[in-house]
Design a protein around this ligand. Structure first.
Ligand SMILES: Cc1ncc(COP(=O)(O)O)c(C=O)c1O
Length: 451
């Protein structure tokens, strides 16, 4: 029998023989270690899913999971919500892609505008990063400036002006990146008046705020961007329709010039949209002066299938009930999970609202605001030394029937309205048992014990 660290991997493999065979094929097909998304890369491999419903997912080997991947954050209603399935089934019979106008798009856009008043105008596209690319283009025309200002760690997609500047093969000379949560750095950069757009992730960097945005920065940005004539984009691809029906901006009472949305807006189908001020979006009008006019194509823009699913989901988002339910379950996981960490003297905390972030590292303070990390130091939150601990936690929890969203070194528990109190109770049990197993196998460095 294997002991220590190998035992958990051996157990994982023992219960996933069919998945292992599929993985062997996958590595010959998909360059990214057999995965189809950088957040699906895992050592040895992630499970192969056959079907999902509500809060659950099942894999080819017959394992059942309480799912916290939740469609990379898109499924605040859980898997296959009956209203979304019904709308989609009805639409499939009527046609998927008209390549023309249709009524559903009016209803969908009206619901979006009602929930997010930033949407004086709406431009549909197929995913979140396309909306961000459109935001850059429109801001450049509106301001007559070329440069893009972004915060470190903030994620906006993989396009050239969105991805990390130091990635190989990226030549984003017009992009400047400044330290996150540093108001002085933002004020100094913006005062140069050379930026067309400032991009900020809703909630903070990584999945609604693994590195939470400070109130100090958030509330400084409307004035700083206005004074410098820079368009302020709040990227609500993750937080839109999730944090509240009006997104993170409604939660915090701020109004950006533009907002990108996606994920939850499509009810589980691929989608993105740019929402924003009519004067900035005017360049999309055929009546705009020639030197300011742009055309936006996109075969799949607002196709009938996604509009049907999106409108069905947005009808449910309107009263805020799904968001409240997801937040309540998030509170439960965070509070009970933190009791488990404290009882074991582990220097780590869970924090977040409807996406719960596990942190392992030095505790600088005990946060009173549940969405805040126990440190303000960005480096501590993203310290790669502690990434393997999160990877290990994900593996142990998969062994215990809980599937967290992961990218190597990160883990996220994405809550939905489909998670029940009992689901979260079971998750907390799996979390506590995983911590015990990790303590026994020596996964925590001494510095993180006895706190
Ligand atoms: C904050 C944020 N912006 C943009 C994107 C890109 O969205 P998409 O994957 O739909 O292109 C993501 C994706 O996770 C995201 O988290």
């Amino acid at each position: 029998m294997q002991t220590g660290k190998d035992a958990a991997v051996a157990e994982y493999l023992k219960n996933r023989s069919k998945a292992e065979k599929l993985h062997e094929q996958a590595v010959r097909l998909f360059a990214a270690g057999g995965a189809t998304h950088s957040a699906r890369v895992m050592d040895p491999f992630r499970p192969y899913i056959t079907h999902a419903k509500g809060s659950r997912k099942w894999d080819v080997d017959g394992n059942e999971y309480i799912d916290y991947v939740m469609g990379h954050g898109a499924l605040i209603l859980g898997h296959s919500h009956p209203a979304v399935v019904k709308a989609l089934e009805e639409q499939v019979a009527k046609g998927l892609l008209y390549g023309d106008n249709h009524e559903l798009v009016i209803e969908w856009a009206t619901l979006i505008q009602k929930m997010m008043p930033v949407a004086e105008r709406i431009e549909f596209c197929t995913c979140g990063q396309e909306a961000n690319m459109m935001a850059i283009w429109l801001s450049r025309i509106f301001t007559g400036r070329k440069k893009v200002l972004r915060f470190a760690e903030n994620f906006h997609g993989w396009g050239e002006e969105l991805v990390r500047k130091d990635s190989p093969g990226v030549y984003a000379d017009n992009v400047d990146v400044i330290p996150f949560n540093n108001v002085d750095a933002a004020a100094t950069a913006l005062a140069t008046k050379k930026y067309a757009i400032l991009m900020t992730e809703g909630g903070g960097a990584h999945m609604a705020g693994q590195v939470p945005i400070s109130d100090e920065l958030l509330y400084a940005l409307p004035k700083l961007t206005k004074e410098s004539g820079t368009v302020w984009l709040l990227d609500e691809v993750v937080t839109g329709f999730r944090d509240t029906q009006g997104g993170f901006q409604a939660l915090k009472g701020v109004k950006p010039d533009l907002s990108s949305v996606g994920k939850c807006m499509g009810g589980g189908l691929p989608v993105g949209a740019l929402l924003g001020r009519a004067d900035i979006m005017e360049s999309l009008s055929p009546k705009a002066p020639k030197e300011k006019r742009i055309g936006h194509s996109g075969t799949w823009n607002a196709n009938a299938a996604v509009a049907a699913a999106g409108a069905a989901a947005c009808r449910l988002y309107l009263d805020g009930a799904p968001q409240e339910a997801a937040r309540a379950r998030g509170n439960q996981l965070r509070e009970k999970g933190n009791e488990a960490l404290k009882a074991r003297g582990i220097s780590g905390r869970l924090y977040g609202r409807t996406i719960i972030h596990p942190y392992f590292g030095p505790l600088d303070f005990e946060p009173t605001d549940a969405s805040m990390a126990p440190t303000r130091d960005v480096k501590k939150i993203t310290d790669p030394t502690y990434g393997p601990i999160r990877d290990r936690l994900v593996l142990h929890m998969l062994n215990r029937g809980v599937s967290a969203l992961t990218a190597i070194g990160s883990a996220y528990f994405v809550m939905s309205s489909a998670h029940s109190k009992e689901d979260v109770d079971k998750t907390v049990q799996a979390f506590a048992a995983s911590l015990d197993a990790m303590l026994a196998e020596g996964s925590f460095p001494k510095a993180l014990l006895g706190s």
